[in-house]
Design a protein around this ligand. Structure first.
Ligand code: ZN
Length: 408
């Protein structure tokens, strides 16, 4: 690209995520930012000293514009963004994740991006990126939110592929973290025949780990390899630290409600509101783990309340749900499932904002038939094979793309 100026003019850009690119090489810093105009037309201006690729998207409740950038430096004065003007109430900026920066603009009402363009550096003037906002309707803004986030998802999928390719060059593979529930002081459920959940889930996780490793396609980690207790937040942290591409928590709980009849494998994802009473009860039980072990609860990662991570969290949830569906369809033909085998509730162990996560109840130890299956080698084998198949299906597009790229 030449010395500068490649901008996507954005008249009537509702309906697309908007990308604007400025280029003059070198490491990019945002050296200034201003808001001008009034409540009819508000202009947001960033001064840049290098190349930056910005993707804009929207979020409602409250109304926000999100600018995603590669990691940039922010040379802005203290208090920048605290005061708004016109349609802009305030804005924030900072590192969003490794290699990613983000600017979040709070707008007072639904807006449309009327124009966005990049002005090249001239004489002593820095390059500037200009975003012009005008009033819009909530319907149009919702449209923008929907379509811009879809574009963002596609880009993130592509980036995930990039990361995989880079990792592959280093000899790495998709990272899977298997999380055998409970352990140590927290025994989990106990079957009528005396089977302990913490033991049965560790056995199964070890089998699954071995089978995944045998494919040669994955790097597989267990959150615990012995009979030790791990706080929920630490389990989440292990997935995050290993930059996991998938986190699978393995359980075999007991239920109070309908203990005799409730049985069959179940796949749970995270949701604020539980899908049903059983899911709600299980999440409550699971979330008790730290209390059972006497771990203080104030260690909840601060990011849980960070609004900047909202978007990433939603994206991750979409991947989690996609994996849960893939898993259910694979398990269907292999083992007995509960009615409505994909359920959801507020499981704390599934709260990583950046790692697709599911919790699998292999079965329920409160049911004697399930207990027998859980300790049967034949059943464990069948279950593990089906889970490997589902994981293969989940990663297949990325692995295929990766193979074709390395083959070139
Ligand atoms: Zn459990």
């Amino acid at each position: 690209m030449g010395a500068i100026f490649c901008a996507l003019s954005a008249l009537s850009l509702l309906g697309n995520a908007i990308e604007a690119v400025a280029a003059n090489g070198g490491e990019t810093r945002i050296t200034g930012a201003r808001v001008a105009g009034d409540a009819v037309r508000t202009r947001f201006i960033l001064d840049l000293d290098g190349q930056v690729d910005v993707v804009m998207s929207g979020l409602a409740n409250p109304y926000r514009l999100i600018l995603d950038l590669p990691e940039v430096g922010f040379d802005l004065p203290d208090g920048a963004g605290r005061e708004g003007r016109g349609l802009v109430q305030a804005w924030r900026y900072g590192l969003f994740a490794a290699g990613k920066s983000r600017i979040v603009i709070d707008v007072s009402e639904p807006v449309a991006i009327d124009k966005t363009f990049v002005l090249p550096a001239v004489d002593d003037q820095p390059a500037r990126m200009v975003i012009d906002l005008v009033k819009s309707t909530s319907e149009d803004f919702e449209d923008f939110v929907r379509t811009s986030r879809e574009t963002l998802r596609q880009r993130q999928r592509a980036r995930k592929g990039d990361r995989l390719r880079t990792d592959e060059l280093k000899g790495d593979r998709p990272v899977i973290v298997l999380d055998p529930g409970h352990g140590g002081i927290d025994t989990g459920a106990e079957g009528v025949g005396g089977t302990l959940e913490k033991a049965v889930v560790l056995d199964f996780s070890s089998i699954l780990k071995r089978k995944l490793e045998e494919t040669g396609r994955y790097s597989v980690h267990l959150t615990r390899e012995g009979d030790n207790f791990i706080p929920l937040a630490e389990r989440v942290e292990i997935g995050h630290r290993l930059d996991a591409d998938l986190f699978v928590s393995i359980h075999a709980d007991s239920v109070r409600r309908g203990r005799k009849v409730v049985r069959g494998a179940t796949v749970y994802t995270l949701s604020e509101r539980a899908s049903d009473a059983l899911a709600e009860e299980l999440a409550e039980t699971e979330n008790m783990s730290d209390i059972i072990a006497g771990v203080e609860l104030h260690d909840e990662p601060a990011e849980v309340t960070d609004i900047l991570l909202d978007l990433a969290r939603r994206e991750t949830r979409n991947f989690s749900v996609y994996f849960a569906r893939t898993l259910v369809s694979e398990l269907k033909s292999a083992v007995r499932l509960i009615n409505n085998p994909h359920r959801s509730a507020g499981f704390r162990v599934l709260k990583a904002h950046d790692v697709p996560s599911v919790l699998v109840e292999l079965g329920y130890l409160s049911n004697e038939h399930d207990e027998k299956l859980l300790i049967s080698d034949e059943w464990r084998e069948r279950m593990a094979v089906a889970m490997v198949e589902a994981i293969d299906n989940f990663f297949r597009p990325r692995i295929a793309r990766d193979a074709s790229q390395t083959g070139q």
